[in-house]
Design a protein around this ligand. Structure first.
Ligand code: HEM
Length: 498
């Protein structure tokens, strides 16, 4: 009896503290508005298959910042571009990332490895190292350009062989080419496009994203569902794909370790292994087994984050250029002007191609393939614009809403590259409200590679071919599909330009 009384008293005291604590947290700060959810599922059922559309509707209703519950996970969505820049640039407290272990290559480590999911000093050290090495090994250099151009050439040869017949799966052609240029930078090896190893890697990547959409992203937001209903939730299938990819990448690292020569560092893996070999400090992020696992996870991140995104952007690019009247001919005129139709377009030409630069910006805006950005995690309670953002809250930048906001763009539904040009059409003008690679401390590390790749592919393909929809095939439906917003399949005919 006494025990029961004590227990009731303890619960009452704890409840009192909770009420006081919550009240003190909410009293002095502005309340973050947002839709009401249901227990356990929060607002998940309201999201539908196209989460970004609901995010836009809510931003019209609730304004610059609102709160939603994804399962039991609290999230804030920010729709004001200036606030997005500010929150992701100024305070390290908003640069965290929450663990979604079902995607991790090593889910049982005490903290997340790789670049995309890691945080704190470990993430900062490895991100800095990766950026430096990628710069030294290629990004923004002629070596990288040469690698990408080899892939462009292979794609052009493939298209040439179609001899004016219908081509329907552009995306898979681009995926192989993009993955191959990344693979060469990271591992100094190149695959043939029909290599079974390369095709398995590509299929696995595709499956991971597809399975996630099939389950409505449920295991991301309610992780315990994966543990208790592993088949139904798609958890088992997802884990198999992640583990197959891990074995593939571990094998590449092992091959590098076996052939390692300190005086001949061939690629990113060699440089990383060299850094590990030099490290004796057991607390260093480059020390021991954890560092090697990190290397595998970081390679996986770059393929995961770089392949589908870049190839989807290229596919949207082809679709928009042939769909919207006048775009293809203006694009080709500018290409012909700089190359005199006698050589490949090179990244050095970009500064004299304002229409092309504007066209690529408009492709990135109009497609907005990562519509809700990639969420960050608040690593501590922190006040932003008078609102308390509690520790562990996810922060989403509402990129799709920003890219389609009529107050910013005037006529966002129109595909109009000219919005990024001066009045006379001669000067390219950046618009700081366009942020397809997000912004701030975690901004995409592959941005310059992605931009160069899209530029080199589109310019050299349209230098070689005039492309039309296949008039015998149905017109492509307009709605995008997938977690990375992708075009639905469409068929084209490519005619070689004389
Ligand atoms: C059109 C192509 C691409 C788009 C639209 C894109 C978009 C993004 C976005 C929105 C983020 C989230 C940034 C944040 O959390 O603040 C991101 C992160 C990242 N991207 Fe990309 N990306 C593209 C291409 C690439 C490529 C080619 C690579 C490979 C080198 C890559 C590697 C990464 C990595 C490793 C991160 C995580 C950065 C971090 O957490 O510190 N991305 N990307």
């Amino acid at each position: 009896m006494i025990a029961l009384a004590l227990l009731i008293a303890a619960v009452a005291v704890a409840a009192g503290f909770w009420v006081l604590n919550t009240a003190s947290k909410t009293q002095t700060y502005k309340r973050i508005p947002g839709p009401t959810g249901v227990p356990f599922l929060g607002n998940i059922l309201q999201l539908g298959k196209q989460m970004h559309i609901q995010f836009c509707k809510w931003s019209k209703q609730y304004g610059d910042i609102y709160e939603v519950k994804l399962g039991t996970q609290r999230a804030v969505v920010i729709s004001n571009p200036k606030w997005v820049k500010e929150i992701f640039s100024t305070d390290t407290a908003f640069s965290g990332r929450s663990r979604i272990q079902c995607f991790e290559m090593y889910p049982d480590t005490p903290f997340a490895l790789g670049i995309v999911s890691s945080e704190g000093e470990f993430w900062e050290t490895h991100r800095r190292f990766l950026l430096r090495q990628l710069r030294d090994f290629g990004f923004g250099k002629s070596y990288m350009e040469q690698l990408v151009l080899e892939e462009v050439q292979e794609v052009i040869e493939r298209f040439r062989k179609t001899k004016g017949k219908s081509v329907s799966d552009l995306k898979s052609v681009f995926v192989l080419a993009v993955i191959n240029s990344l693979w060469t930078i990271l591992t100094s090896k190149r695959f043939q496009h029909d290599d079974p190893k390369l095709n398995t890697l590509v299929e696995n990547l595709h499956k991971v994203l597809f399975d996630l959409v099939e389950t409505g992203g449920m295991i991301m937001f309610i992780p315990w569902i994966g543990r208790i209903l592993p088949e139904w939730s798609g958890y088992n299938k997802l884990r198999k794909v992640v583990e197959d990819n891990r074995s593939f990448l571990e094998e590449a690292v092992k091959e590098h370790k076996d052939a390692f020569q300190e005086h001949n560092l061939r690629d990113f893996i060699d440089v990383y292994l060299n850094e590990m070999n030099k490290t004796v400090d057991t607390t260093s992020p480059f020390y021991g087994e954890t560092a090697e696992q990190h290397l595998v996870a970081a390679l996986g991140d770059m393929f995961g984050a770089g392949t589908d995104t870049t190839s989807t952007t290229l596919t949207w690019g082809i679709l928009y250029i042939i769909k919207f009247p006048g775009v293809q001919s203006k694009f080709q005129q500018e290409i012909d002007l700089v190359t005199a139709n006698s050589r490949n377009v090179s990244v050095n030409d970009r500064s004299s191609m304002p229409y092309t630069s504007a066209l690529i910006e408009e492709i990135l805006r109009y497609s907005s393939i990562v519509p809700g950005g990639v969420q960050h995690r608040a690593t501590e309670d922190k006040v932003f614009k008078g609102y308390l953002i509690q520790k562990d809250t996810w922060i989403f930048p509402n990129l799709y809403h920003i890219h389609y906001n009529p107050e910013i763009w005037g006529d966002p539904e129109a595909f109009r590259p000219e919005r990024f040009l001066s009045e006379d059409g001669k000067v390219f003008k950046k618009n700081e409200n366009l942020m397809p690679f997000q912004t701030g401390r975690r901004q995409c590390v592959g941005e310059s590679l992605a931009r160069d790749t899209v530029f080199l592919f589109l310019t050299n393909i349209f230098r070689t071919f005039t492309i039309h929809f296949d008039s015998n095939a149905p017109k492509p439906p307009v709605d995008p599909m997938g977690l990375i917003l992708s075009p639905q399949p469409f068929s084209v005919v490519m005619n070689e330009r004389s």
